[in-house]
Design a protein around this ligand. Structure first.
Ligand SMILES: [Zn+2]
Length: 65
């Protein structure tokens, strides 16, 4: 029922690299990887380093050959 957006972040631990899905509400907070227990900072939207999260999702799908 709840359609809360989730943020996908990859664990920075090179031995883990697990993709974690965290709720938007976790932005700016630190979450812990369930696989290796590394603390990961969830980036805020619009932070330097990339376009807003919505931009990529709103882009038209590329034509598949
Ligand atoms: Zn991890």
């Amino acid at each position: 029922m709840s359609n809360e957006q989730t943020v996908r972040i990859m664990c920075p631990n090179l031995n883990c690299r697990r993709v974690l899905a965290v709720p938007e509400s976790a932005r700016g907070k630190t979450v812990r990887c369930r696989n290796c227990a590394t603390n990961i900072r969830v980036p805020m939207p619009g932070q330097a380093g990339g376009p807003p999260a919505g931009a990529a999702a709103a882009a038209p799908a590329p034509t598949t050959a």
